[in-house]
Design a protein around this ligand. Structure first.
Ligand code: CAA
Length: 408
C-alpha cells in the first residue's frame, strides 16, 4: 500500500508554577466567572526563573527520545514565538540537553501561534522524500502580556513535542490543506518588547476570518466535507475562543455542532437535562479537547497540539476517525487540515502524567506572580539562576551574554 506519514508519538510539558484565576479575580476585584465562563480558563502555567521555552521543550521531547531512540532523526524543527535569541535556534540547546546526534539540522520557525503547523507540514514533506527518516517537531511558548492588560488572564506556558514518521502510531496526516494568509496587525511582539501587543477585538475577528478562508480553500482543494469529519480541534488562545470557532464553523457548514466547552452539558448555562433530545447537536470533541488547555493557559504554538493531546487522552472512540485541525497564528495565517487516528492510539496515554504535572505545579500568590512577571534578566550581566524548577532541565544562567542550560 501507500506510505502513510504523520505523528508517531507526542508529549506535553509545562512549567513549575501555576496562577489560579480565582486568586487573580479576587486580587483584581473581578467576578471569577469572567474567567471560568467568559474566557473558559481556570488557571495558567507560569515559568520559574530557571525555566523557559528550552527547558519545557526538552522536558516534552525527552520521553519520546527515551522510548524510540534517535535513529533516523536528522531534523529538529523548533516552533516558537517567544524565542530566547534573535539568531540562534532555541532547538540547539535542546539538541545539547538531549544528547542528540551531531548529524542533524536544527532550526527555529516563526509565525505567531501558527508555526508549529508549518513545521509539521515541512516534517511530512521531509519524510515523504526520505521515509526512513524521522523528524522531531517541538512547539514551545511562554505567553506573556503586560500586567493589568486584558490579555493577562490568557497567559500560559507549555511545550508539545511530536515525532513525525512513516507508518505512524497515532495520526496519519492527510495531504489536503486549506490555507489563508492576510497581513493584519491583530497581535505581535516588537523586538524590544518582552510582552505581546494585541488588539483583542481585532484578533478575534481575524481568527474567525482566517477560519472562513481556510475552510473555503479546503473545499476548493477537494478536502472532506464537514459530515466526513468526526472531531475538530482549534487553536486555543483561551478555550472560549474554540467555542467561538465552533459556532462559526457550524454557521459556515450549516451543521448542528455541539458548542459546549464544559463536558456533560453546561450546568452553568442552565441546560434542562430532561429536554436534551437523543439526536442533539453533534459532539465533535470540543469539550474533550479543551480539558488540558483550561489549566495550561495559552501555550501559543503548542496550544492546538495540547488540544490534540487532550482529545487523544480523553476520547476512547477515535480509532479510524478523521480529525480536522484549525491552526491560527496572528499576523496572520490560518490552516485547516485533516488527519486519521490510527487504531491502537490509546495504548500510550499521557493522561496520568499530564494530570500529575498539572496538579504538581506550585501555586504563586498574586504578589509573587507579579514580582516574577516584572523581573527581566539583561544578557549584559553574568548571573546564576536560583534552583527552583522540579522539572528535568533548567536554565542555569547567563555567562558572557550566552544562556546556559543543564540537567536539573
Ligand atoms: N460571567 C460570565 N461571563 C463573563 C463575565 C461574567 N461575570 N464577565 C464577562 N464575561 C464574558 C463576556 O461576555 C465575554 O464573552 P464573549 O466573548 O462571549 O462576548 C468574555 O467574558 C470576555 O470578556 P470581554 O468581552 O470583556 O473581553 P476582555 O476585555 O476580557 O478581553 C480578550 C478578551 C480580547 C480575548 C482578551 O483576553 C485578550 O486580548 N486576549 C489576548 C488575545 C487573544 O487571545 N486573542 C484571540 C485571537 S488571536 C489568537 O488566537 C492568537 C493568540 O494565541 C494570541
Amino acid at each position: 500500500g501507500t506510505v502513510t506519514i504523520g505523528i508517531d508519538d507526542i508529549e506535553l510539558a509545562t512549567s513549575h508554577h501555576v496562577v489560579r484565576l480565582d486568586d487573580f479575580a479576587e486580587a483584581n476585584g473581578t467576578d471569577p466567572n469572567k474567567f471560568r465562563l467568559g474566557l473558559g480558563q481556570d488557571e495558567f502555567s507560569f515559568p520559574a526563573p530557571d525555566e523557559d521555552v528550552v527547558t519545557m521543550a526538552a522536558a516534552a521531547a525527552a520521553p519520546i527520545i527515551q522510548r524510540s531512540g534517535t535513529e533516523g532523526i536528522r531534523t529538529m524543527l523548533f516552533a516558537t514565538e517567544s524565542g530566547i535569541d534573535q539568531s540562534k535556534a532555541a532547538g540547539m540547546a535542546v539538541h545539547s540537553l538531549l544528547d542528540l546526534p551531531s548529524q542533524m539540522r536544527v532550526v527555529e520557525v516563526k509565525e505567531a501561534c501558527y508555526s508549529a503547523t508549518a513545521a509539521l507540514q515541512a516534517a511530512v514533506g521531509i519524510v515523504t522524500r526520505s521515509p526512513g527518516q524521522r523528524v522531531l517537531v517541538i512547539a514551545s511558548d511562554v505567553a506573556r502580556y503586560a500586567l493589568d492588560s486584558p490579555g493577562e488572564p490568557t497567559q500560559g506556558a507549555g511545550a508539545v513535542a511530536m515525532l513525525v514518521s512513516a507508518d505512524p502510531k497515532l495520526l496519519e496526516i492527510e495531504p489536503v490543506s486549506g490555507l489563508n494568509s492576510a497581513d493584519v496587525d491583530d497581535f505581535w511582539r516588537p523586538n524590544d518588547s518582552t510582552t505581546a501587543i494585541v488588539d483583542g477585538a481585532l484578533s478575534v475577528t481575524a481568527y474567525l476570518d482566517a477560519l472562513t478562508g481556510a475552510w473555503t480553500d479546503l473545499a476548493a482543494q477537494g478536502g472532506p466535507e464537514m459530515a466526513e469529519i468526526d472531531r475538530v480541534l482549534y487553536h486555543q488562545p483561551f478555550t472560549k475562543m474554540a467555542k467561538k470557532a465552533q459556532v462559526h464553523l457550524a454557521g459556515l457548514t450549516g451543521e448542528d455542532l455541539d458548542t459546549e466547552i464544559v463536558a456533560g452539558g453546561s450546568g452553568a448555562a442552565g441546560t434542562d437535562v430532561s429536554n436534551v433530545a437523543a439526536a442533539g447537536p453533534r459532539d465533535t470533541g470540543l469539550a474533550t479537547s479543551t480539558l488540558y488547555n483550561r489549566r495550561l493557559g495559552n501555550s501559543y504554538t503548542a496550544s492546538l497540539y495540547a488540544g490534540l493531546c487532550s482529545l487523544l487522552d480523553h476520547d476512547e472512540d477515535l480509532a479510524g476517525k478523521r480529525i480536522g485541525l484549525f491552526s491560527y497564528g496572528s499576523g496572520s495565517v490560518g490552516e485547516f487540515f485533516t488527519a486519521r487516528v490510527v487504531p491502537g492510539y490509546e495504548q500510550h496515554s499521557r493522561r496520568q502524567a499530564v494530570t500529575e504535572a498539572l496538579d504538581a505545579r506550585v501555586p504563586l500568590s498574586i504578589d509573587e506572580y507579579r514580582a516574577l512577571h516584572a523581573a527581566e534578566l539583561s544578557s549584559a550581566e553574568d548571573v546564576s539562576t536560583p534552583k527552583v524548577t522540579a522539572g528535568p532541565f533548567r536554565f542555569a544562567g547567563i555567562k558572557g551574554r550566552a544562556r546556559l542550560y543543564e540537567r536539573a
